[in-house]
Design a protein around this ligand. Structure first.
Ligand code: NCD
Length: 304
């Protein structure tokens, strides 16, 4: 067993402020339309055990815009269906020539397990309920296009926080930089908190309290089948937690509305909110490309 190869990105929790800032700075210099072929001759393996639209396509765009070759392996239709283990799949992909593996997996810790067994960098594209570090980085990048600093920023995170790797990574990142985070959702969707909350972290019962005065409203996807496990019906969820234009008015005038996607219009947010000028949901997707360019360049030792 070896340490994760240099350039791996397994989570935000242990990344550190300096490294986060370095990636964001590099991302600001990246432009997929005018990129130099920094990764010419490099092979980027995209290994997806779960559905993905944004993460997968933006990694592919990012890699190709810098001249890399990409290969996509989906769990359905591959030997994974025949029972091949994750680590054996890793050995196989290394043997066919992968220089870096980008992996999305339903199990927390799967990218770390792969990284510990391979001598090439592994990038976590979302692992179970654990982390989604590239999403947190593109969200920080997006916020910083609208605000000077993360310190002291009021961020309301609303929806199914407990099951969300996006929320977990965002909380790790934003709290490191001194943002004030307010979590809001049905009790079953909130993290279990033993003792006092970490500094800068708050939980509110009502959406109105969470949104009042916020700079950033981060909505999360709510899976209808998960609502089944709560005491709250779909109608109740919509009545209490859906982001509407009326509720958005409680936030700062120039507050931004974020959502990692896929959005369900009429559930987490109304059609009007999804398309309003304060919504940066499409911008988040767009920013995913330069941020993932920076992450791939870093993984392959081309970050200067
Ligand atoms: C998220 C994911 O898959 O973790 N989507 C994304 O990558 N942008 C969020 C979700 O599916 O709820």
């Amino acid at each position: 067993m070896i340490e994760a190869a240099r350039g791996s990105l397994l989570g935000i929790e242990h990344l550190g402020r300096e490294e986060i800032l370095r990636i964001l700075k590099l991302a600001r210099r990246m432009n997929p339309r005018t990129a130099r072929p920094l990764l010419r001759g490099k092979r980027v393996l995209l290994l997806f055990y779960e559905p993905s639209t944004r993460t997968r396509s933006s990694f592919e765009m990012a890699a190709k815009s810098m001249g890399a070759i990409t290969t996509l392996v989906l769990s359905s239709g591959s030997s994974i269906e025949k029972g091949e283990s994750l680590v054996d799949t890793g050995y196989t992909l290394r043997a066919v020539g992968a220089d870096v593996i980008v992996v999305r997996h339903p199990n927390a810790g799967a990218p770390a397990l792969m990284a510990r067994n391979l001598d090439i960098p592994v990038i976590n594209a979302g692992d179970g309920m654990h982390e989604h570090p590239t999403q947190a980085l593109l969200d920080a990048y997006t916020i910083l296009r609208h605000r000077k600093d993360l310190k002291g920023l009021h961020v309301a995170i609303i929806g199914d926080i407990f099951h969300s790797r996006v929320a977990r990574s965002a909380i790790h990142l934003l709290s490191q930089f001194g943002a004030q985070l307010t979590l809001c959702g049905p009790p079953e969707f909130l993290p279990e908190v033993a003792g006092t909350l970490a500094p800068g972290l708050h939980i509110t019962r009502t959406l109105e309290d969470a949104v009042r005065g916020a700079d950033v409203i981060m909505l999360l996807r709510v899976q209808k089948e998960r609502l089944g496990g709560t005491k709250i019906s779909l109608q109740d969820y919509i009545a209490r937690y859906q982001m509407t234009l009326g509720r958005l008015k409680l936030a700062k005038k120039d507050a931004i509305v974020m959502h990692p996607g896929p959005i369900i219009r009429g559930l987490e947010l109304t059609w009007e909110v999804a398309d309003c000028p304060q919504s940066v949901i499409v911008e988040e997707v767009r920013n995913g490309v330069p941020v993932r360019m920076a992450i791939l360049a870093r993984a392959l030792g081309k970050a200067r």
